[in-house]
Design a protein around this ligand. Structure first.
Ligand code: FES
Ligand code: FES
Length: 155
């Protein structure tokens, strides 16, 4: 079966089993290993990508249901060799430890901030509920997100 995908702005024609998860297609076929395979069951959020602009766990999406979809992965979150404002804030706040949660966290929060550019701290916490981090305790991540508002109001 052939499935048309647009991944990070590039058209791709996937030939294979339509039951294969989008996560496996990204990682195994296209060697985009930014989305992480951790629980493979929709619990951890480490595999989060955007499908038609919506943050979803790629491990739960059979690729056969995605014909014609636009996919954005962490590799497409910012132009090559640059960081998005959120990624830069993560770096400034020393958010990343082991890094397994980081790509999914960025993708979930990027979609959230697009729709809610000036969220409260409580709303940021709620937005992160689908992304588990075993290392950081979350506070630095929230600090990083909140700092985006500080830098915008200072500009
Ligand atoms: S690997 Fe997809 S939610 Fe955990
Ligand atoms: S930095 Fe290790 S799981 Fe989040």
């Amino acid at each position: 079966m052939s499935i048309s995908l647009n991944i990070n702005g590039e058209d791709r024609l996937y030939h294979g089993d339509p039951r294969t998860s989008l996560l496996d297609v990204l990682r195994d076929t296209y060697r985009m290993t930014g989305a992480k395979s951790v629980c493979s069951a929709g619990f951890c959020g480490a595999c989060t990508v955007h499908v038609d602009g919506v943050a979803v766990p790629a491990c739960l999406r059979p690729v056969g249901l995605l014909d014609g979809a636009a996919i954005t992965t962490i590799e497409g979150a910012a132009p090559l060799d640059t960081l998005s404002a959120l990624q830069a804030a993560f770096a400034e706040h020393d958010v990343v430890q082991c890094g397994m949660c980081f790509p999914g966290m960025v993708m979930s929060l990027t979609a959230f901030l697009r729709d809610a550019p000036a969220p409260s701290r409580a709303k940021v916490k709620t937005a992160m509920v689908g992304n588990l981090c075993r290392c950081t305790g979350y506070e630095r991540i929230i600090d990083a997100v909140m700092s985006l508002q500080d830098s915008e109001s200072a500009a």
